[in-house]
Design a binder for this molecule. Structure first.
Ligand code: MN
Length: 201
């Protein structure tokens, strides 16, 4: 069974003014679709076609580079669409808030570290909030790598990620990546992040 482009739970313009409709549409229908198509082509006829994208990521060092790039692209974007939503943002509550405070001291300090990871990732990549040994950690990865991958410097289960490839923000923000990262806080679906924290533990 081939991998498929997931549908979004909201309209392309639903995240405006923070992320514009044109960026969302191109990002989903062109970029993510290309990762799915290229992943399916790279895996065609192999046993890995039966595996989950998570299991492929966890053993990514055993696969050729097209699987790493496109499989990572498929996992990362599938998660990215789900951890964003309209009428979102604000601050997390409950267990997630407690885990953030216990790892970073305050929500503000977590935001500083996450934004710094997103801003300082040179070139294309992602910044992450992940569960590592039952504790929350911030990291970043190049290209379409992610913390699930056995090749990642800091390995764990990602529960929040921001795409800092220029295709994620250039139409609206041009070279102003920090402005895009600042706007991202307004569209984070903390309920979904909290759900992923529970599943990761
Ligand atoms: Mn992207």
């Amino acid at each position: 069974m081939a991998f498929e482009l997931p549908k979004l739970n909201y309209a392309y313009n639903a995240l405006e003014p923070h992320i514009d409709a044109r960026t969302m549409e191109i990002h989903h229908t062109k970029h993510h679709q290309a990762y799915v198509t290229n992943l399916n082509n790279a895996l065609a006829g192999s046993d890995a076609e039966k595996l989950s994208i998570e299991d492929i990521c966890k053993n990514i060092s055993k696969y050729p580079m097209p699987v790493r790039n496109n499989g990572g692209g498929h996992f990362n974007h599938s998660m990215f669409w789900n951890i964003m939503s309209p009428n979102a943002g604000g601050e997390p509550t409950g267990e997630l808030a407690g885990a953030i405070n216990s790892a970073f001291g305050t929500f503000a300090e977590f935001k500083n570290q996450f934004a710094a990871a997103a801003a300082t990732r040179f070139g294309s990549g992602w910044a992450w909030l992940l569960v590592k040994d039952s504790k929350l950690v911030v990291s970043s990865t190049p290209n379409q790598d992610n913390p699930l991958m056995d090749v990642a410097d800091i390995k764990g289960t990602p529960i929040l990620g921001i795409d800092v490839w220029e295709h994620a923000y250039y139409l609206h923000y041009q070279n102003r990546r920090p402005d895009y990262v600042a706007a991202f806080w307004n569209v984070i679906n903390w309920n979904e992040v909290a759900k992923r924290l529970k599943e990761a533990k």
